[in-house]
Design a protein. Structure first.
Ligand SMILES: [Zn+2]
Length: 669
């Protein structure tokens, strides 16, 4: 409709009589006047909807003006905020339930005009208008749907056919194989037949549902006695990647069912069930459009936009699951010339050909091109960490704490020197382990394969549990002692006095050693380093009176000063980082700045955290900002009254973090 022409219609030619009865009926809120006009060469029914209260207050401008032609309708709304166009039907103008029930025509002639214009059999007034508008609404929706379906059909046009050998691939690489046999009591199975090579084979013995290897084709098989097996149904998902353009690939989700009913030959059901379009427009991050297959005769195309509706987030829905095996035979060709040409997807998949989400990999690769290097170096678990996160749920957030995604060289990306790469390759660390390795390197501790393997087997992830003992002993000695102690003090039931996990025991050991240092024990004596009963020794060194504690803590912090200074001190932009010299200094810092750092003295002594001071370079003695470091990361930075530091200090901290805290780990040697 011609909105400009419609806007010129401001009100009816008639004048409303405020003394008319409709304005005083309680149940009526809106009064409607009508006219039929010729607007821009079209016969148009115009409805003026007045707010009763506003008319009685002297305002004679209609709140809504509804324009209704034979083909279209539109409403113009006027209120305090100005004028707006509405596409909604008359009955939902105000978004109230049954709006027309609150309206009344100004006169009988107004109602007649509407009934005559709309020409709906057996319907009068508002109902006939509603009937006509609903008919037009349905038409409009249908046209809209058709338009979007045409667009989808157009999108699907360039999609090629699936690879010819897809069926063979699914059968060979994604579905289990069987040897079916006839069971004979006391004798070798008869008529054994392998589904992988489809040959009769000879097996001397077989156990129903037992695993084995086909003597002919060497495939892994499961033995199934024909008498007991019943129907077997297997299903799998395969993802096929195809190139759709210079900056676009399609991931096609192919589902398959394979059934062994009465015979030994399977019946297949292979169908494509979703398509994911991944594309990139210049310089923008990758975009993904999902479509799922849903056959409906009324539709132009079976493809629907979006993700397949599932039943709920916590129930598995095979049809809606994208994860699957990857059809890898075409990858070089299909990815050539696309942004994913060097994504090393094939190498990554072939290292562990099990179901995965390929779309995640392709998405993350464009964010983190370093994936290529990681995969080529066979650091597969780090690649997995970047794309999917670690097994313990920790995710890669792109900060430099574990990997530096903007690094240009290997050393920069991994944060270790080149000479340590072979070590990483033997360990194949995840994100958490690499972090641990770097903490060890920064402490100048030599890397040891057995130690790292032991850590990952016993989930020891806290660097200080290793760095503290390794100051005084070799990794080999540490492992031997820890294994012995854990065997002796393992806690199995609640009444035992011991340790549930190695991690917990290592925490006590570190604690014990820290206290020994604080108490000025001889750290070279193996009598001190390796007590017979760790638990008892730990309790003994912690059993002190207040004066002894204060003295011990002070001694320890003073001893740590040089070490921390060497590791963390930094001066730039008019600020500096310095380490505390005594426990008194930490307590004074807390008192001066009115925050709670004084309570951390114990944790500092036991290497649970590190407290450092940021001072203005012009006033290096004056408390200003306090930082707590835990597991190699800043956990808090506080100024006066527990406040957050101002922007310039935050910038300084960021710089310090990148240049000192996350700096590539280099050994002193
Ligand atoms: Zn075979």
């Amino acid at each position: 409709m011609d909105k400009r022409a419609l806007r010129k219609i401001s009100g009816p030619n008639r004048k409303l009589n405020c003394r008319s009865g409709v304005f005083y009926a309680e149940q009526i809120q809106y009064v409607v006047c009508t006219e039929v006009k010729n607007i821009a060469h079209r016969r148009t029914l115009v409805l003026y909807v007045y707010d009763k209260e506003r008319v009685l207050a002297g305002d004679s401008i209609p709140k809504w003006t509804v324009f209704q032609s034979k083909e279209e309708y539109i409403a113009l709304c006027r209120d305090e905020e100005g004028t707006r166009w509405h596409q909604s039907m008359f009955n939902s103008l105000n978004r109230e339930y049954c709006f027309s029930g609150k309206c009344s025509f100004y006169s009988y002639a107004d109602e007649e005009r509407v009934t005559r214009f709309c020409q709906k059999a057996n319907l009068k007034g508002f109902n006939s208008l509603d009937g006509l508008q609903y008919e037009l609404f349905c038409k409009r929706q249908k046209a809209r749907r058709l338009k979007s379906q045409k667009k989808i059909a157009e999108r699907m046009k360039p999609v090629k056919s699936l690879p010819r050998d897809i069926k063979g691939f699914i059968f060979r690489e994604t579905l289990p194989h069987y040897i079916f046999y006839d069971y004979v009591k006391g004798k070798a199975p008869r008529n054994a037949c392998c589904t992988a090579c489809r040959h009769e084979v000879f097996v001397t013995e077989a156990k129903h549902n037992g695993k084995g290897i086909c003597p002919r084709c060497k495939s892994d098989v499961i033995y199934k006695s024909r008498g007991r097996r019943g129907n077997i149904v297997d299903r799998s998902t395969v993802q096929v990647i195809q190139r759709a353009g210079e900056n676009e690939v399609i991931i096609r989700i192919v589902k398959s069912y394979c059934r062994y009913c009465k015979s030994d030959t399977p019946k297949y059901d292979i169908y494509e069930n979703a398509r994911l379009f991944l594309f990139r427009e210049d310089g923008k991050p990758v975009k993904q459009e999902d479509y799922y297959y849903c056959y409906d005769r009324k539709q132009l195309t079976p493809w629907h936009k979006g993700k397949r509706p599932g039943f709920g987030a916590w129930s598995y829905n095979f049809e809606a699951d994208y994860s699957g095996y990857l059809y890898h035979r075409n990858l070089e060709n299909e990815l050539k010339g696309t942004p994913w040409q060097y994504s090393a997807l094939k190498e990554y998949y072939m290292a562990d050909p099990t179901p995965l989400y390929v779309d995640r990999y392709l998405n993350e690769y464009l964010h983190y091109p370093m994936l290529e290097y990681l995969v080529k170096l066979k650091l597969f678990r780090l690649a997995t960490y970047v794309v999917y996160g670690d097994a313990d749920g920790s995710k890669f957030y792109g900060n430099n704490e574990v990997l530096n995604s903007s690094g240009k060289t290997l050393t920069e990306i991994l944060g270790v020197e080149k000479k340590h790469v072979p070590f990483l390759q033997t360990i194949n660390p995840g994100g958490k382990q690499l972090k641990l390795i770097k903490s060890l390197l920064r402490e100048g501790i030599e890397l040891d394969v057995d130690l790292l393997k032991w850590c990952s087997e016993n989930s020891v992830g806290n660097a200080e549990y290793l760095t503290v003992p390794l100051r005084y002993m070799t990794p080999h000695r540490l492992l031997r002692y820890a294994t012995e102690q854990f065997a002796a003090h393992r806690k199995i039931s609640n009444t035992d006095n011991g340790y549930y996990s190695v991690n917990y025991m290592m925490s006590d050991y570190k604690d014990y050693l820290c206290m020994c240092m604080a108490l000025d024990h001889d750290m070279k004596s193996s009598f001190v380093l390796f007590p017979n009963d760790l638990k008892a020794a730990h309790d003994r060194v912690n059993d002190l009176n207040q004066a002894e504690i204060t003295e011990a803590y002070d001694r320890r912090i003073a001893k740590m000063f040089n070490e921390l200074q060497e590791r963390y001190s930094f001066k730039k932009m008019g600020f500096m980082v310095i380490a505390p010299r005594s426990s008194k200094e930490i307590i004074r810092e807390g008192d001066k700045l009115h925050h709670c750092v004084g309570r951390y003295v114990k944790d500092v002594v036991k290497d649970n955290c590190t407290i450092l001071f940021i001072r203005k370079a012009s006033a290096p003695k004056e408390p200003f900002c306090t930082v707590e470091i835990k597991h190699g990361d800043i956990v808090q930075a506080r100024i006066q009254n527990n406040g957050s530091p101002p922007p310039e200090v935050q910038r300084f901290i960021e710089l310090w973090k990148q240049q000192v805290l996350y700096a590539p780990a280099t050994t002193a040697a």
